[in-house]
Ligand binder design. Structure first.
Ligand code: AMP
Length: 192
């Protein structure tokens, strides 16, 4: 069974953790644009140097850079049966570009899943993660920027998929396993 899905949710809503679990359940790769940027920054690549000035501030990396990176990743063989995108698309222009990329492969998105969480809870989670993982973009100022960017630029992405009747919302608060089961149940009708 193929599955071509987008996972949406505010920073700190638990997208990354759940994407890894869903990837296993669905048998398709989880693709996190944030992880790809971090790997490039760590590896000192040109893409990493380009991205870092934005990721450090919690701002979006320019679409031209991000879209090319996603186009290249979705051309890899392991996405033939699908993918779970985590952190892309992050604005409405990226939604349009994803449609174009998938069209180039003659496939379409099955739908988008939004992991919802109370803003106060996600802020607290992000601050805790900052202590544990030491991510440079988990400082209080940058967290505030990332949440504002999400509200301004990424929330409308959910609206677009809702207009297409291709959005399901899942409560992201609860035990990890419980949230995973909710996601699996919500996704079944999209990919079935
Ligand atoms: P994340 O790990 O998804 O929170 O992403 C970390 C950072 O990477 C974000 O704050 C952005 O600077 C950058 N980033 C990740 N995905 C995208 C995207 N789709 N478009 C632009 N920038 C992105």
């Amino acid at each position: 069974m193929s599955a071509r899905l987008v996972l949406l949710g505010a920073p700190g809503a638990g997208k990354g953790t759940q994407a890894a679990r869903l990837s296993e359940r669905l048998g398709v790769p989880a693709i996190s644009t944030g992880d790809i940027f971090r790997a490039n920054i760590k590896g000192g690549t040109e893409l990493g140097r380009l991205a870092q000035s934005y990721t450090d501030k919690g701002e979006l990396v320019p679409d031209s850079v991000t879209n090319d990176m996603v186009r290249a990743r979705l051309a890899e063989a392991d996405t033939a049966e699908g993918f779970l995108l985590d952190g892309y698309p992050r604005n409405t222009a990226q939604v349009a570009e994803l449609d174009v990329i998938l069209g180039e492969h003659g496939v379409a998105l099955d739908g988008a899943v939004e992991l919802t969480a109370d803003p106060e809870i996600v802020t607290a989670r992000l601050l805790k993660r900052a202590e544990i993982e030491g991510r440079v973009d988990d400082t209080e100022d940058v967290i505030r920027t990332r949440l504002a960017v999400y509200a301004e630029q990424t929330a409308p992405v959910a609206g677009l998929y809702a207009e297409r009747n291709a959005l399901v919302a899942v409560d992201g608060i609860g035990e990890l396993d419980e949230v995973t089961e909710r996601l699996v149940a919500a996704i079944a009708p999209l990919v079935g």
